[in-house]
Design a protein around this ligand. Structure first.
Ligand SMILES: [Zn+2]
Length: 319
């Protein structure tokens, strides 16, 4: 072999492999498990943009060491288990089935707002939630312009990631505790919530071409087929499976098998102890969902375990 050839081969071997994968890391209440309150995910684009999806109650506020840099916070709707009305003090406290998520109140701001303020993140939401977040940021020394609107049908590109919102059939009442004062009290006494528009789901297009659908809380909608699959062609789905408040395992499997038909689905929002020692609990909703899905790979989000997805939604690492 010539010297030149040897040098060329050495250079090729030494060249960094361009990791064009999207990294997803669940931030649940207990390391290595899938616990009842777990919703939060960190989504990292290959270009380095880091997105926090629905911080909920299992991110220990802005100082949670798992957060790192956060460029964008996504909030599907205002319910406390998504925007974060309370949150854990730290991970692994109490049992998976009973995480101590009421340790710290995040009211009247929400954990989403507190994290966005500390990290100087943008908050991208649909409906009328953008105005609410703009007001909260402004009232706490942040920039109102950091609350960005992507209403249904439109999109915003932030940090190289295109963020669109899609229908979620749920509810989205604003807890009067976000409002406070006489008005908040009067609303509470009357049992009514504030109006901030519809709950949303998200469709993200990452810089490697991966299109991913994040359902938020929703029932079955025809948009899952007509918009999420036929228009956006999402290859990765994060879907609620918990029943009572959202689709249960059977309905969620129908969504995957017949409507969205992604390459991979990450279960979410199970409202149960989904795993023990990192293994799916037999006969759990998580187990039923896994067994009912045909054609797509089902991935269980184990807290702290990073998964990598290629442009086609295939899990190439960590699943
Ligand atoms: Zn929820």
């Amino acid at each position: 072999m010539s010297k030149r050839m040897a040098a060329m081969i050495a250079a090729m071997v030494a060249a960094p492999v361009l990791a064009q994968n999207v990294k997803i890391t669940p931030l649940g209440s207990h390391d290595g498990e899938f616990c009842p309150q777990d919703r939060a995910l960190i989504l990292e684009d290959p270009n380095g943009t880091r997105i926090l999806y629905d911080p909920g109650r299992t991110v220990a506020g802005p100082n949670d060491p798992r957060l790192g840099k956060i460029d964008i916070v996504l909030v599907t709707h205002m319910h406390g288990d998504h925007a974060g009305n309370t949150h854990i003090k730290e991970t692994n406290v109490g049992e998976c089935g009973k995480p101590e998520f009421s340790a710290i109140s995040a009211m009247p701001n929400s954990s989403a707002v507190n994290i966005a303020l500390a990290k100087k993140s943008k908050i991208v939401t649909g409906s009328e939630m953008q105005a609410f977040f703009a007001a909260k940021l402004r009232a706490n020394g942040g920039q109102a312009s950091d609350a960005i609107l992507a209403r249904f049908g439109g999109s915003q590109t932030v940090g190289g990631v295109r963020i669109a919102t899609v229908t979620a059939m749920h509810s989205n009442g604003l807890d009067p505790d976000y409002i406070g004062g006489d008005m908040g009290k009067a609303m509470k006494d009357a049992g009514i919530a504030g109006y901030v528009g519809e709950a949303t789901g998200y469709v993200l297009r990452f810089s490697n071409g991966l299109v991913a659908y994040f359902s938020g809380d929703t029932g079955v909608t025809s948009d899952m087929e007509n918009v999420v699959r036929r228009h956006y062609n999402a290859k990765l789905t994060v879907l609620n499976i918990g029943d009572t408040f959202t689709t249960g395992p059977v309905e969620a499997a129908y969504v995957i098998n017949e409507l969205v038909k992604p390459t991979t689905v990450i279960a979410s929002h199970a409202n149960e102890v989904g795993t023990k020692g990192g293994k799916v609990v037999p006969d759990s909703k998580t187990d039923k969902f896994m067994k009912a899905v045909k054609g797509a790979q089902v991935v269980i989000p184990l807290s702290g375990k990073t998964m990598e997805f290629d442009a086609n939604g295939k899990c190439v690492s960590g699943c």
